[in-house]
Design a protein around this ligand. Structure first.
Ligand SMILES: [Zn+2]
Ligand SMILES: [Zn+2]
Length: 252
C-alpha cells in the first residue's frame, strides 16, 4: 500500500511506475497526440496544459464561482444565497472545460488512469497551500456507492485525495463516509432534482471519529455543490466542527 505521508517509498514506487508506463506507452500527449508528454506529466503536453483555465479570485465566498470585475468585500452569488449549502466554502483549481473536461471523462469512464498525475497536480498546486495554512485536519473523499465503485473499479475522489494527503501530510479518511443510496447519474438533472436526489444519500460510518474535526472533502468536479453539501451535512450532523470542499475542476 502507498504510504500516506510523502516518503521515499512512495517516490521509488512512482519512479518504477513511470518507467514501466514509459515502456508501454509512447511519450506522446494523449490529448492532442502532437507533442511530447511522459508519465510524470500524466501524458498531457505543455501546449495542452497551457489551455487549462486556473480559477482566481474574486469569486463567490461560498461556492468559489469566479465573478467578473473586482470585489472588495466578500461576496455570495445568487445561487448560494438561495441554497442552504452545508460546507464553509468550496474551491476548485481549474474550470471544467476543454482539455480538463476531456481528461476527467476519459480518466473516470474509460479507466485512463495514466492521466491521474495531471489531474492530481492541478488539485495539489491549488489546494495544498491553503489547506495547510488554515489548519484543516483530515481529508475525506466523496464516496461512490459500492455498486458504482465495482463497475468503475476505483473511486476517483479517493485516488485524488491520496495525492493531496501525500502532499500535505494530512490523513485520508476514506472509511468515514458511505453512500447509502445508489443515486442515478446527476448530469441530466436540474439543480432541484439533484438536491433531492442526494440529500439522504450519505451517512457517516459507525466508529468514524468525526467529532470536532475540520474536514476537507475532495472530489473531481463540483457542479451545483449538491453532492458535496449532502456529504458536509452528514459530517456536520456527526459532530464535525467544519467542512470545506476542494475539487480539481468546477463547472462554470
Ligand atoms: Zn497536447
Ligand atoms: Zn456561490
Amino acid at each position: 500500500m502507498w504510504s500516506q505521508k510523502p516518503g521515499t517509498t512512495w517516490r521509488r514506487w512512482q519512479r518504477y511506475w513511470e518507467a514501466l508506463l514509459g515502456l508501454v506507452y509512447p511519450p506522446v500527449c494523449q490529448v492532442c497526440r502532437q507533442e511530447p508528454a511522459g508519465p510524470g506529466r500524466g501524458y498531457v503536453g505543455r501546449r495542452c496544459c497551457q489551455q487549462v483555465r486556473w480559477l482566481r479570485p474574486p469569486w463567490c465566498a461560498k461556492c468559489g464561482l469566479p465573478i467578473p470585475g473586482e470585489a472588495t468585500v466578500p461576496f455570495e452569488c445568487a445561487n448560494c444565497r438561495e441554497l442552504a449549502l452545508h460546507f464553509r466554502y468550496a474551491r476548485a483549481a481549474v474550470a471544467a472545460d476543454g482539455v480538463v473536461l476531456e481528461v476527467i471523462h476519459r480518466y473516470k469512464y474509460q479507466e485512463a488512469l495514466w492521466f491521474e498525475p495531471f489531474l492530481a497536480r492541478l488539485l495539489v498546486r491549488a489546494a495544498a497551500g491553503p489547506v495547510q495554512r488554515e489548519g484543516w485536519n483530515a481529508i475525506v473523499p466523496v464516496p461512490l456507492h459500492p455498486v458504482r465503485q465495482r463497475e468503475r473499479g476505483f473511486n476517483q475522489a479517493h485516488r485524488l485525495a491520496q495525492w493531496l494527503g501525500r502532499a500535505t501530510g494530512l490523513p485520508v479518511e476514506s472509511g468515514w463516509l458511505e453512500r447509502s443510496k445508489p443515486t442515478s447519474t446527476q448530469t441530466l438533472l436540474s439543480r432541484d432534482e439533484r438536491q433531492r436526489n442526494v440529500r439522504e444519500a450519505f451517512r457517516v460510518r459507525r466508529g468514524a471519529v468525526v467529532s470536532g474535526r475540520r474536514i476537507i472533502l475532495v472530489d473531481d468536479v463540483l457542479t451545483t455543490g449538491a453532492t458535496t453539501s449532502a456529504c458536509a451535512l452528514a459530517l456536520r450532523r456527526a459532530g464535525a466542527a467544519e467542512v470545506c470542499v476542494w475539487t480539481v475542476a468546477r463547472g462554470l
